[in-house]
Design a protein around this ligand. Structure first.
Ligand code: AMP
Length: 376
């Protein structure tokens, strides 16, 4: 495809914060942005030129949306397959629907990874009564996860006995699930990887991620990993970009086991929460890379200006009223990003803070202090 130059229009399926930060990057480079989701006054819609508020199932509206733009991308991977197909009938969709199909279903994703020789934790498919009892002897502690539509630890149950596993499966209405061995990990890390149509790739330094209640809490980059581990994580991410023939951004989340093996936890075919710090710390942000990749333009440098740390801001921090933004912003190395969401609910990602510093550890200290100041 010929490069889509500034002035072209990008369609974004989905309207959350990832679309918002993508739209900011695209607008800065002189592109127009249309967004499509079943909501209005959305994080993406507030930045886009046009916000379409219609159901994903309204395939005529989806086709009309795609016909009005030069390329379609998405900001969340749970776009229903018929929606992506309808869009593809009227405009190129990047990454292609195959990537979406593979990554929006845990069982398909894990099976793809295992079949292609990528390292994953032991897992079993749970589809019908009897599957748990058959699989269980190979597992000690495990996590039962719904196969479809899972993110941020939702639809997950930690189990240590077959009885607990059966009860968890019943609690999830006996829908298709994955039984996954619990990984006793030393750290969690992720690599944001980008690939353009001509096959060139750009890889960011792995970030170290910590989660609270299954939701990303803090990311620090570059993470404190031995060089060979960082290089191996990047090579795995590059291999996945190629195997999945991605045109766009792919984030690979890993566990680092206590005996220093990398296991892939999951894939996201889009910019990722752990890559938000690339906005303030890198020559090219993950969102600008998404734009460049889907427009078939040369990719930018992933080099970091300074080590950085990112802290998520969940709706919970509004519990005692408006957070003290001025107190956090009084720290000169700290940047505030808010997503324009209208209601602050507990657990909802409302924004994030980024701090840059001379070392990753210092950046983490700063961003934690900035977040603590919000409650002052
Ligand atoms: P997920 O939504 O699958 O990425 O899970 C959210 C978080 O739950 C992960 O980032 C881990 O902290 C934890 N988790 C998920 N699967 C496992 C596992 N097999 N072993 C240990 N921790 C896990």
């Amino acid at each position: 495809m010929k490069p889509l130059l500034p002035g072209s229009t990008i369609g974004v399926l989905g309207s959350g914060q990832l679309g918002r930060m993508f739209a900011i990057a695209a607008r800065r480079l002189g592109y127009r942005v249309h967004t499509y989701s079943p909501d209005r006054d959305t994080p993406t819609g507030q930045i886009a030129d046009i916000e379409i508020d219609a159901p994903y199932e309204d395939l005529d509206r989806v086709r009309a949306f795609a016909a009005a733009v030069d390329v379609v991308t998405f900001e969340f991977e749970n776009v229903p397959a018929p929606t992506a197909d309808a869009a593809a009938s009227a405009a190129p969709v990047r990454p292609a629907g195959l990537v979406l199909h593979t990554t929006q279903h845990r069982l398909r994703e894990k099976t793809f990874l295992e079949t292609h020789g990528f390292p994953v934790t032991k897992f079993a498919a749970i589809r019908q009564p009897g599957d748990l009892a058959t699989a269980w002897p190979g597992f000690g502690s495990a996590i039962l996860k719904t196969a479809g539509f899972g993110y941020d630890g939702k639809g997950q149950y930690r189990v240590t006995t077959l009885e607990e596993a059966e009860a968890a499966w019943t609690a999830m209405n006996r829908q298709e699930a994955v039984l996954e061995a619990l990984v006793d990990f030393e750290a969690e890390l992720s690599v944001v990887a980008v690939r353009s149509e001509d096959g060139s790739c750009a890889l960011y330094a792995p970030s170290a991620n910590s989660h609270v209640a299954g939701i990303l809490d803090i990311s620090v980059a570059p993470g404190p990993f031995p060089e060979h581990i960082a290089a191996q994580a990047q090579e795995i991410a590059r291999g996945l970009l190629e195997q999945l023939n991605v045109t766009g951004v792919l984030c690979v989340e890993f566990f680092l086991t206590k005996d220093h093996r990398l296991l892939i936890n999951e894939l996201a075919p889009r910019p990722h929460n752990s890559g938000h710090l690339t906005i303030d710390a890198c020559i090219t942000s993950q969102f600008e890379q998404q734009l460049r990749a889907v427009c078939n333009l040369p990719l930018g440098s992933t080099e970091m200006f300074r080590p950085a740390a990112m802290a998520n801001l969940l709706g919970d921090i509004w519990g005692n009223g408006e957070p003290n933004w001025a107190a956090a912003l009084a720290m000169p190395e700290v940047k505030l990003h808010l997503y324009g969401k209208l209601a602050a609910r507990p657990g909802r990602k409302m924004g994030h803070l980024t701090a840059t510093a001379a070392t990753p550890a210092q950046a983490e200290r700063l961003v934690r202090e900035a977040r603590a100041r919000l409650a002052s």
